[in-house]
Design a protein around this ligand. Structure first.
Ligand code: UD1
Ligand code: CA
Length: 447
């Protein structure tokens, strides 16, 4: 086991009743991902040996979401929410044999910075609490600090008037040696104003054992917890403002930063250009010098260098655009790889497909990938030319250098270099239109 081994415990058992929701609080979305995804991402920055999420309300749904966000993290169930100390106690079986620092985070507190966490995890005291000077200390736990360090934490409900005057508050984040945790957590009692097992009481217990406890101070903004929909909306504004600022600092051009929406994991390379009203869902990477024109929605996709997308395009999960690909207006792409130089300019759906390099997809082309029960693949070779309004009924393959006639319904594979036409043959009837119009007008006048 590494010398500075870290295990992270994320508390996420609470219901969050002030959200007025049937959804567990940590599953409400912030920056395109469930709220507790932010604590998970911060946890991962510590390169921990273990991440354990304590679930309670909506445990099944939280566990399912976790398996997508972070398949290596584990959950433990806290059947009854008897307090933060009780919650951490549930993780002891998972932590068996672990030697190192245990860092406790809250699933509903998304903005703890990676530098702050690193400072806590690497601190040499036996127990460290993340504190902040509160503008309005409200109902936070108060930190009692002397020249010997942190003496104890007093919860608001248990505090006398003098203690309530203290502005130094507990963020809830705590780090301590696993051995100390194991030694002390069984000693917590619920003999207090809330009748809960307080994690915060570990401080006084550690001090009674002659251990050193200290406070690391951070900005109040970092400790912001989400309790209501209004707070969630405010947190979204904060998140987006930071993401926009970071993108600009990283050398991305945002024509109108305030109308671009980021997800937690959006990655955009230097010298990419993002137009107004672009929304990034989770899982998007944009390489350098790609351009996303206005009004695009992207999710779970990759856009290579030199590609242009939009305006009004939608890239769904599994869309992979090679270098210099051009995707134009009203084009939707899902689970499809477009090799270098592919052009798909207008009004098209490409799903479950692979398009070879330099192929041109005409306006109105659709991969008919779904038969009502199953999805099927469309393979199009390199340098092919798909005529406008081609229906590609999958599974189907169009070869290299092949063409399809406009308006074709392609149900059979097209060999390399062939032209496929799948539509009714045209018939011209001389003079028919003139005679028909005259007859119709005569009929109208007779009425
Ligand atoms: C806690 C701290 C307080 C601190 C404040 C910061 C304690 C006793 N108090 O108070 O010092 O200032 O956070 O916001 O720790 N949770 C569980 N299981 C439980 C109880 C809570 O998983 O049995 C989770 C909640 O879902 C939440 C977090 O722990 O994410 C904090 O619980 P909460 O009840 O909000 O604690 P506070 O009373 O705010
Ligand atoms: Ca709280």
């Amino acid at each position: 086991m590494a010398e500075n081994a870290v295990a992270v415990v994320i508390l996420a058992a609470g219901q969050g009743s002030r959200m007025q929701s049937d959804l567990p609080k940590v599953l409400h979305r912030l920056g395109g991902v469930p709220l507790f995804g932010h604590a998970l991402a911060a946890a991962r920055s510590l390169e921990p040996e273990q991440v354990i999420v304590v679930t309670g309300h909506g445990s099944d749904r939280v566990t399912k979401a976790l398996s997508k966000l972070d398949p290596e993290a584990r959950t433990v169930l806290q059947e009854e929410q008897l307090g933060t100390g009780h919650a951490v106690r549930q993780t002891l079986p998972e932590l068996e044999g672990f030697e190192g620092k245990v860092v406790v985070l809250y699933g509903d507190t998304p903005f703890i910075g990676e530098d702050t966490l690193a400072a806590i995890a690497s601190h040499t005291s036996d127990l460290v609490v993340l504190g902040f000077e509160a503008a309005d200390p409200g109902r936070y736990g108060r930190l009692i600090v002397t020249d010997r360090g942190l003496e104890r934490i007093v919860e608001f409900k248990d505090a006398d008037a003098a203690t309530r005057d203290i502005a130094l508050c507990n963020s809830g984040v705590m780090a301590l040696d696993a051995s100390l945790l194991r030694q002390l957590i069984g000693k917590l009692t619920n003999d207090n104003a809330s009748g809960e097992y307080y994690l915060t009481d570990l401080v006084a217990l550690a001090r009674a054992e002659g251990r050193r406890a200290d406070v690391v101070i951070c900005d109040e903004e970092e400790t912001l917890g989400i309790n209501t929909r209004a707070e969630l909306a405010q947190a979204e504004r904060t998140f987006q403002a930071r993401a926009r600022a970071r993108a600009l600092e990283d050398g991305v051009t945002l024509t109108d930063p305030d109308s671009v929406w980021f997800a937690l994991d959006t990655f955009i390379g230097r010298d990419a250009i993002i137009g107004p009203n672009v929304v990034f869902g989770p899982g998007v990477t944009i390489e350098s010098e790609a351009e996303i024109l206005p009004f695009c929605h992207l999710e779970g996709c990759h856009v290579s260098s030199g590609a242009t997308v939009g305006p009004f395009a939608r890239l769904r999960p599994g869309a992979e655009l090679g270098g210099d690909v051009h995707v134009g207006n009203f084009v939707e792409i899902k689970n499809a790889v477009l090799d270098e130089g592919v052009k798909v300019g207008h009004l098209t759906y490409l799903g479950d497909a692979h398009i070879g390099e330099a192929t041109n997809i005409g306006a109105g082309t659709i991969t008919c990938n779904y038969d009502g029960v199953m999805k099927h693949r469309t393979e199009i070779g390199a340098r092919a030319f798909i005529g406008s309004d081609t229906m590609l009924v999958a599974p189907v393959r169009v070869g290299d250098d092949a063409m399809t006639g406009s308006g074709s319904v392609i149900t059979q594979d097209v060999p390399d270099g062939a032209l496929a036409i799948g539509r009714a043959r045209q018939a011209n009837k001389p003079g028919f239109a003139t005679r028909l119009m005259a007859a119709l007008r005569a009929k109208k006048e007779a009425k």
